[in-house]
Design a protein around this ligand. Structure first.
Ligand code: F0G
Length: 453
């Protein structure tokens, strides 16, 4: 019999203890945090699935590279290694380092967008949307119709609706569309991949209308793996070749190296446009730093240079995607409603289906996330009515898995906790909002369970 178990393709050299808590302690801690998991201290959390951003474990090769970091203000060889690593995958002419993804977004939209413009994307991440809106432009989401059905297991649910893009271009006029963006994988749409076919169709449409085409590339390696394993014609290609082929379709990208850069901080902005790159570097110097470090230490540049290559290793990607699917498949087999199929970096619980007796205005996602913390000390994040208020189309709870951090027994524990909460779901009550900030309220809101607790 061939061996089928997919193992973590690494050994552990350095460990970080987890502080175990009792349910009684967690009840006290949650009350003190006003029933908002953002307000917990992380050492009061057993398994932290709040985000996969900047929370991964670096490899021994990355730590070795950190020691090589050259901290010169200008002309650091660490920048050369960073740029070479980025260009070997992304292929763009200009590589501009930034401290994280949103800094790249601010500079890109700050140079390309103005009031009255429209920027389409398959689905904007919240900082992407906010940075576009900050310039006075409008951010428009054009997800494929399949993305609206959480239970539908379509293989490339992250795709952009190309017909809707064409209609938008015709309606708006190309002059008001400074660029089109494609987010790979589509985070806000459930960590779902975009197919090469879809990226090609978007690229062709942009070319026909002479509109620049950019990628939001945070999870490009996970997206490449889904193309390799799901899209006809790609099984024999390496993730690197697939990524190169995809980026060749565009004019540039923004990147948060806190995801598939396998680093704890970092990002970059790429473009093939010389004049634009000059303006971007001018803005970079204003707030991020000189163009050979852009807000990062030399050691950070080194960690990203190595991490980008590691993210494309087949053993790693095979394990990464299998471990997310393992969690999703084990809970959905017991009837737990999740966004199907499992995504590249996270599992999204469908809180409206999980708690049908809790209406959206009683924050079913928050109620469910709080129960997972009480039951097993797991921290997740609500993506629903608390985060988006009336514009929330779904109430989801995201369990994002940090890269190379948790082992299978941790995930088995998470499965057990979710199933325990599932079994007593009818006893779970909704939440009441006590205090909220005027914007981005989910970070600081104070809540309490309805009916007291
Ligand atoms: N684009 C996408 C698709 C993202 O998921 C993120 C961050 C960003 C841009 C911004 O990058 O954080 O480095 O400034 N997503 C994190 C998350 C925060 O939890 O999904 P950043």
């Amino acid at each position: 019999m061939p061996i089928t178990t997919i193992i973590e393709p690494f050994r552990i050299k350095s460990v970080e203890p987890i502080r175990c808590t009792t349910r009684a302690q967690r009840e006290h801690l949650l009350r003190a945090a006003h029933y908002n998991l953002f307000l917990l201290r992380s050492d009061d959390v057993l398994i932290d699935l709040l985000t996969d951003s900047g929370t991964g474990a670096m490899s021994n090769a990355q730590w070795a590279a950190v020691m090589r970091g050259d901290e010169s203000y200008a002309g650091s060889p660490s920048f050369d290694r960073f740029r070479d690593s980025v260009q070997s995958i992304f292929g763009y002419q200009h590589v501009i380092p930034t401290h994280q993804g949103r800094a790249a977004e601010r500079i890109l939209f700050g140079t390309m967008c103005k009031k009255g413009d429209v920027v389409p994307n398959n689905t904007h991440f919240d900082t992407t949307r906010a940075n576009i809106e900050f310039t006075g432009a409008e951010a428009v989401d054009l997800p494929s119709p399949e993305a609206r059905e959480p239970g539908h297991a379509y293989p490339f649910k992250g795709n952009m609706d190309v017909d809707a893009l064409e209609q938008l271009i015709v309606r708006t006029g190309r002059k008001r569309i400074p660029l089109v963006m494609l987010t790979i994988t589509n985070n806000s749409g459930g960590g779902q991949p975009v197919s090469m076919e879809n990226a090609r169709a978007v690229a062709a449409l942009c070319r026909r209308h002479s509109i620049p085409f950019y990628f939001d590339a945070c999870r490009f390696a996970e997206n490449a793996w889904f193309i390799k394993t799901r899209e006809p014609g790609f099984a024999e290609k390496t993730p690197l070749r697939i990524a190169q082929e995809m980026f060749a379709l565009g004019d540039g990208c923004t990147m948060s190296a806190k995801k598939d850069g396998m680093a704890n901080i970092g990002g970059f902005l790429c473009t093939n446009d010389d004049a634009l790159a000059q303006q971007e570097r001018d803005l970079l110097i204003l707030t991020e730093g000189y163009p050979t470090y852009g807000g990062l230490a030399g050691r950070d540049l080194e960690a990203v240079a190595v991490g980008l290559q590691e993210a494309l290793q087949e053993d790693y990607l095979n394990y990464r995607i299998a471990s997310i699917a393992y969690l999703g498949d084990h809970i959905s087999a017991e009837g737990v409603p999740i966004v199907q199929p499992p995504g590249g970096h996270a599992i999204y619980l469908d809180a409206r289906a999980f708690l049908p007796h809790v209406p959206p205005e009683q924050f079913p996602g928050v109620a469910l996330a709080n129960e997972l913390y009480l039951e097993g000390g797991i921290r997740s994040v609500e993506i629903g009515t608390l985060m988006f208020a009336k514009s929330a189309r779904m109430d989801l709870v995201r369990l994002a898995i940090p890269r190379r951090v948790y082992t299978q027994s941790h995930i088995d524990y998470v499965v057990e906790v979710i199933l325990e909460v599932w079994n007593r779901r009818r006893q779970i009550v909704g939440m009441r909002l006590i205090e909220e900030a005027p914007f981005l309220r989910h970070f600081t809101a104070k809540l309490e369970p309805r009916g007291g607790a």
